[in-house]
Design a protein around this ligand. Sequence first.
Ligand SMILES: [Zn+2]
Length: 367
Amino acid sequence: MDLINDFEVSVRSENTPKDDLNIIVNQPVKNLAFYNKALSPFLKPEYFNRNPFRLGYYLSFIIGNLVLVYIALSFNLNILSLCLIGFLMGCLNAGLAFVSHELSHGSVVKGKSFQDLLVLFSFAPFLISPTYWRFWHNRLHHGNTQYVLKDPDAFPTMSVYKNSPFLRWVFKWTPGSKMLRSYSYFFFWFSFQSFLNQVYMRFNNKMWNEMNHKKVTIEFSLQIVMLISYLYLVGFSNWIYLFFIPFFVQNYILMSYISTNHNLSPLTKVNDPLVNSLSVSNYRLLEFLHLNFGYHVEHHIFPRMSGAYTKKVHDVLKSQFSENYQYMPKALAIKKLYSTARIYKNSTTLMHPIDRTTYSTIGASSK
Ligand SMILES: [Zn+2]
């Protein structure tokens, strides 16, 4: 364990922005380089290679969608069958989002342009431009995980909440707000947030300044054209089954994972995935269909590793870092999300800003 102590760093810093100066206190954290060095000897070199076999998912999910649309339009199906088709399309679209995630990290095929071309189609059901996604997820989120105001996926502190009418409105929708509307959050939030960011937010926040806006506008417009063409093709009478049901299902699958990834975890200044991230397990078949996306601590340590191997990293983490590694079944994580609030009183304490109830983040007691 000497190796670990060598890398331990105290996070109190003179350069910390005013907002988190008061809230981030001496967390014993290690950086990504530490975990890379500590875990790599336990992993086979081929786990770090690109895995083009993941294109099998890409093709299967797209062909599956085309077959389902063909069946829905060609046969006189009853409402129940059409609902089932909509549900299956939502599952396939969620799968395509997980493939897009791996493609954009460069773990499937070589060449950014080729990756972006594939993602232009696979993220079309969510209207997410490949360039926007790369900037939001790879750069801002992976680069600043759980660093308040720098990670767009991190929930804010009380001071940010108090000063932002928009966040006060958002809070009411989030798990743990104790509002009825929070139970709809998973069903629409991923698409809603991405759409809002691409049509409005990116022009009004300096966080997005270095993104290639022109490219985002072109890709996003192409996806809008694809969506309008699709809606025209399937006809208004089928929108409920072939657009709205898939929309709610695909959003549910994505957000129910994304919310568990970090939103129960502490805020951090140094990016330590064993502190700021959570892995969730699921039924084996669902893990396979969701490309092991729940193994998120592993993904943050090795973002360019194919999801095919993250369970191997999971086994090593369990044996080498059993004290700090945070993982639990997905259903339990969702239950915890709805029984804790999403605003940070400090780095390891969550607070309901209206009734002032406080809750510990996961792993807080061991920090
Ligand atoms: Zn990622």
